[in-house]
Design a protein around this ligand. Structure first.
Ligand code: ZN
Length: 720
């Protein structure tokens, strides 16, 4: 079995695993089943892609959408991994070719939709003839009717464990509450398994929710401040996506609508998606159908012009922002009218139970918008995760609403609920408190009737909602929820608990004013140049730009200014394949920029962001040492490169390092007759940093590796 750290570095360019990726991978490699809950952007797919490469045989990945499969397969191929997908859009010849590739052991990963895998024309008999190493089920929440995205064809996946009891299975999702999680386990018929849960928190996303009033102006204002950025704006209906896109175009913005509709034909839809992926189109105005298959890492903002139907949807859609880990924003415009409109959609004919689930989810969505507590805390609590009261990165935390003692009001409200035997809803309880004549005659003589008439209906509502969110009071499920008391309510009624509530709920929320600061020391001009370089490479390869490198990688490059291949290897995202393929293009651009601006590299100030720094450093040294050992055995660079599956440039970089430390004699790498010419050229160029201009002076007969080694040698002489 191959080393998982080497796979990670070689194919994906990361120095260390994140979150609990490594534990998950080790569990998979031990042939055990795993349930993985990991936030979007947390590196879910590596949890099965790395084992796929470590294990002998084929990993079958079940994925709900064709676009998603294509995206993943393209990205894997760029990283030098044999991957393919099978689906109905392919000709029978294409499908036969892929089947043959599988038989010839040329593929490590195969992506399929559940309906292609299972059923009368399924693949079970074929898969039984070959060596399947792992089943990975992506977007596993689709299997549960408790989830927001239930897909009946996913339920059939329960057969996998019966048909292939010895093949390990991994199910992954980024959105699942407690019920959904349990349902995934039941439906997949897992017996012995481990659950790996990560925090759902997306710390780089700022949440802003504001009333839907003059929201078009607010939106324009916001986009103006983010002209260079990619963003997605979600609307509820196709008609509103089209009218909003048109309005934005009239204002001079680079926007287009996207939705599934016969009126927007497939070619045009695909073209828009492609343009957006490639940064040729800045803004997509979409129905929620958009984005499921989109894995664009540099979406900087997601706006909801209309209310999403549930928290899962909202979290998944906002989660499309900032997958590269850079600061990003989620903005939602909220109105009660939207809640009302969505209530009618939430009802499913002839299925009361399912309707009630959907209605409850809608209520919880509305409650997020009305909450006076930290939005992030609310969201995380929704996914059964504890969170601090203050995140400092959402509108409620940033608006610093003042809280005061409202124990008396809370007691009035709770005793009203009690007097009414916990059998009435919010509106009736408030009418009762305010002494409305519409209350039932038998209620009017009760003691608490009209004890709250000095406070407006709106204010009572706001306080009640805050009490609900603080869980000082609860509400039953279903279409007509009633208020109910809980343990905390009893404590308040007995005077054992002080209730602090927001002074006034009518605080208006401004959209984020601050431009996101990417990183303090980033050279913005260089970043623009590197984006252009990436754009060009992407066009040559015919893939989206972010698949070449994420924005985060470019930000690191423009911050730490790596000038050699060795430096580049320290940048996240530069695996060996990509280093060999694209390294020089980026090095050239960075060198030119550093020369023009008289800058030196800052690579030594780069502190590995990933955890396990020690392990990572050790590993870098290990890989260099491995090259050194082979070199000491008398093998030429080209042979070492072939043995280690690295480029010759990388090996030369490794060896240059040991020239500097003195473990390798310069003459072992560079012939004596070449030495002086290289030294002359380096001196002519005037610094001990750049290799590019020296190479230009010297021409074809001198390699980058030789130049690098001589520069290391000269540095050693100078410093030693
Ligand atoms: Zn907050």
């Amino acid at each position: 079995m191959k080393n998982i750290h080497e796979i990670l570095q070689h194919h994906f360019g990361y120095k260390a695993f994140r979150l609990n990726q490594q534990e998950v991978i080790e569990n998979v490699l031990a042939k055990k089943d795993s349930i993985v809950l990991m936030p979007t952007g947390g590196g879910k797919s590596l949890c099965y892609q790395v084992p796929a490469l470590a294990l002998d045989g084929l990993t079958v990945v079940v994925s709900p959408l064709i676009a998603l499969m294509k995206d993943q397969v393209d990205a894997l191929r760029l990283s030098g991994v044999g991957a393919a997908f099978l689906n109905s859009t392919q000709s029978s010849f294409e499908q036969a070719t892929i089947t043959q590739q599988i038989r010839d052991n040329e593929l490590k990963l195969l992506y399929v939709a559940p309906e292609r895998l299972i059923g009368p024309n399924g693949m079970f008999s074929f898969l039984k003839q070959i060596n399947v190493s792992l089943f990975a089920i992506d977007e596993a929440h689709c299997i549960s009717h408790w989830g927001h995205d239930f897909r009946p064809e996913y339920v059939e996946l329960g057969q996998l464990k019966k048909e292939f009891p010895l093949v390990p299975l991994i199910a992954l999702t980024a959105t699942a509450d407690k019920l959904t999680k349990k349902d995934i386990i039941d439906k997949l018929a897992l017996v012995s398994f481990s659950v790996f849960e990560n925090s759902f928190n997306r710390p780089n996303i700022s949440y802003f929710i504001q009333p839907k009033k003059n929201h078009f102006e607010a939106l324009i204002q916001y986009i103006k401040q983010h002209k260079e950025d990619s963003g997605i704006i979600y609307c509820l209906s196709r008609a509103s996506t089209e009218s909003l896109a048109e309005k934005l175009q009239q204002q001079g913005f680079d926007a287009a609508a996207y939705h599934y509709h016969a009126g927007l034909e497939r070619n045009l839809r695909e073209k828009r998606q492609e343009n957006f992926l490639r940064d040729d189109l800045k803004i997509i105005v979409a129905t929620i159908a958009f984005g499921m298959g989109i894995n664009k890492s540099n979406v900087r903002y997601v706006v909801h012009a209309d209310l999403p139907k549930n928290i899962e949807g909202y979290y998944q859609e906002t989660g499309r922002a900032g997958r590269d880990g850079l600061p990003s924003e989620a903005i939602l415009f909220y109105s009660n009218a939207d809640v009302f409109k969505l209530k009618s959609f939430a009802k499913i004919d002839g299925n009361l139970a399912q309707s009630n689930i959907m209605l409850k989810k809608l209520d919880q969505m509305a409650a997020l918008c009305e909450t006076a507590m930290c939005r992030r805390k609310y969201l995380l609590n929704y996914f059964d995760e504890a969170a601090p009261d203050y995140c400092g990165n959402c509108d409620t935390c940033l608006s610093e609403k003042e809280k005061t003692d409202h124990t008396i009001e809370a007691q009035k409200l709770l005793s009203a609920v009690s007097r009414l035997n916990q059998r009435f809803g919010l509106n009736y309880v408030i009418d009762f408190l305010r002494g409305s004549s519409t209350c039932k005659p038998e209620h009017q003589p009760l003691k608490t009737y009209s004890i709250g008439k000095d406070i407006s209906k709106e204010r009572w509502k706001a306080m009640a909602k805050e009490l609900l969110q603080l869980q000082y009071l609860q509400q039953s499920d279903g279409e007509y929820p009633v208020l109910q008391l809980n343990e905390k309510s009893m404590q308040i009624l007995k005077g054992e608990l002080t209730v602090m509530l927001t002074k006034s709920a009518s605080t208006s929320i401004q959209p984020a004013q601050q431009q996101y600061a990417i990183q303090e020391d980033v050279h913005e001009d260089l970043l623009r140049i590197l984006k252009a370089t990436r754009y060009q490479l992407a066009n040559e390869e015919n893939v989206p730009a972010f698949q070449i490198f994420s924005d985060a990688t470019l930000v690191e490059l423009s911050t730490y200014l790596p000038l050699t291949n060795t430096d580049l290897a320290k940048i996240s995202g530069f695996g060996d394949i990509k280093l060999a393929k694209y390294g020089n293009s980026f090095l050239d651009a960075i060198l030119d920029y550093c020369v023009a601006n008289e800058l030196a590299t800052k690579i030594n100030s780069k502190i590995p962001k990933r955890q396990r720094k020690a392990a990572a450093d050790e590993k870098t040294t290990d890989t260099k040492m491995a090259s050194l050992q082979l070199f000491k055995q008398g093998k030429p660079v080209a042979e070492i490169a072939a043995i280690r599956n690295f480029s010759a440039g990388t090996i030369e970089g490794h060896l240059a390092h040991f020239v500097f430390t003195g473990q390798v004699d310069i003459n072992e790498i560079v012939p004596k007759e070449k030495m002086q010419t290289i030294i002359n050229a380096v001196e002519k160029n005037g610094n001990l940093i750049e290799t590019g201009p020296v190479k230009q002076l010297l021409g074809e007969t001198y390699s980058y590796g030789e130049i690098k080694a001589v520069i290391s040698f000269m540095r050693r002489m100078k410093e030693g």
